[in-house]
Design a protein around this ligand. Structure first.
Ligand code: GTP
Ligand code: MG
Length: 374
């Protein structure tokens, strides 16, 4: 589709082009009839002329991107490879999620020195008996639900942490419904089993009352007793997760341009905008041109979950990406594009659309009317 010009907008609104040019002149824009207009300007003009105007989003490239993202792995016609399962840890406040993930990490990272660095880490990978598991540490079930709503769900399995001294609590119930809505297997980590006077049967009963039927009661959910604090049951939990993963056979393609999800974005003083991302499929490499939500850039450097520089990142790998022009928002999907101009164009169009959506929401004489049909 061709871009909107002063002429095409004037025709669409049924107003003389010079009225539009006058308004733009007042806004400090010197234009002629053939000049292009952005959506924001068009809406501003419509508002001042008292014309109802809706700008139909130009869906072309978004459709193309969606088509790529939704293409099934089999459609690529290349061999599928096994990939590590991606596990999200959910549970009620203070039930021990952070302690559990720290424990899993510190006792399983190959390089022992990496243990303490957990402040900004949204995802990390651990090895167990030669197999890898990727853990996603979302800030909570709300973030998990939000990611899912944005089509950015990357979770294969959920570890539901339930403190044995507290039982199933309101947020536990919410986590259960999120996991069920996502349709992913759940493994329960019954935590704080080191405490005296806990009633395991009570926990199992509460779980069953909320649709989680423990396997020891003939159901399909494994309940693993752990103490994140003392480190007991951790191997058991990892083995259960790997067994569950084995049954699911998580596979994907790795020799295509990567796509994935930004779990968290932040500004690093030295390195500029950084994206903590998870590669969904394909392989991300230094020098790749990516767009990620409304940001774009050439991948300048990549770091693994321990902060070490890496050259490439395959499926299910958590990676910190440097080289984007701005901090991407959590939940944006990223995709490798053919060239940097294409990536820029996608990001800028998204940004412009975001602005005009905000402008349109501000009200005024702009309301919904079908003017632009491409
Ligand atoms: P939020 O992030 O606030 O939702 O909490 P959380 O689920 O991450 O819990 P966190 O790991 O911060 O643990 C909460 C408290 O429970 C801390 O004081 C931990 O030391 C304690 N705790 C965690 N795991 C265990 C455990 O296995 N046994 C005992 N006794 N205490 C534990
Ligand atoms: Mg925590």
């Amino acid at each position: 589709t061709s871009p909107m010009t002063v002429r095409s907008l004037a025709e669409a609104m049924g107003r003389p082009a010079r009225d539009l040019i006058t308004i733009m002149f007042k806004h400090g824009e010197m234009v002629t009839i053939n000049d292009a207009l952005d959506d924001e300007m068009a809406l501003e003009i419509a508002m001042e002329l008292g014309v109802d105007l809706t700008i139909e989003p130009e869906e072309d490239f978004e459709d193309a991107i969606t088509e790529i993202l939704e293409r099934s792995d089999a459609d690529f016609g290349i061999d599928l490879v096994a990939r590590p399962p991606i596990v999200t840890v959910l549970g009620h406040v203070d039930h021990g999620k952070t302690t559990l993930v720290d424990r899993i990490r510190s006792s399983n990272v190959v390089d022992g020195e990496a243990g303490g660095i957990t402040q900004h880490i949204a995802a990390y990978q651990v090895g167990h008996n030669g197999q890898k598991v990727t853990f996603v540490d979302t800030p909570g079930h709300a973030a998990f639900g939000e990611m899912r709503a944005r089509g950015a769900n990357v979770t294969d399995m959920v570890v539901l942490v339930v403190a044995a001294d507290d039982g199933v609590m309101p947020q536990t119930v919410e986590c259960i419904s999120h996991a069920k809505a996502a349709g992913v297997p759940i493994v329960v980590a019954m935590n704080k089993c080191d405490l005296p006077d806990i009633n395991e049967q009570r926990i199992l009963t509460e779980l069953s009352q909320h649709g989680i039927l423990p396997s020891e009661w003939g159901g399909d959910v494994e309940v693993v007793r752990v103490s994140a604090l003392q480190g007991t049951g951790i191997d058991d939990l990892l083995e259960t997760l790997l067994l569950t993963a084995e049954l699911q056979e998580f596979r994907t393609v790795d020799s295509i341009p990567a796509d994935g999800v930004c779990l968290e974005g932040f500004m690093d003083e030295g390195r500029g905008p950084l994206a903590w991302a998870l590669v969904r499929r394909g392989t991300l490499r230094i020098g790749d041109n990516i767009c990620c939500g409304t940001s774009f850039g050439r991948v300048r450097a990549m770091y693994d979950d321990a902060g070490r520089e890496i050259q490439e990142a395959g499926p299910s790998t958590p990676v910190k990406i440097a080289g984007l022009d701005q901090v991407p928002s959590a939940g944006s999907r990223f995709l490798v594009m053919d060239d940097i101009e294409q990536a820029r164009e996608v990001a800028e169009l998204r940004e412009a659309r975001g602005r005009s959506a905000v402008l349109a929401q501000r009200g005024g004489p702009v309301s919904l009317e079908d003017f632009f049909k491409h």
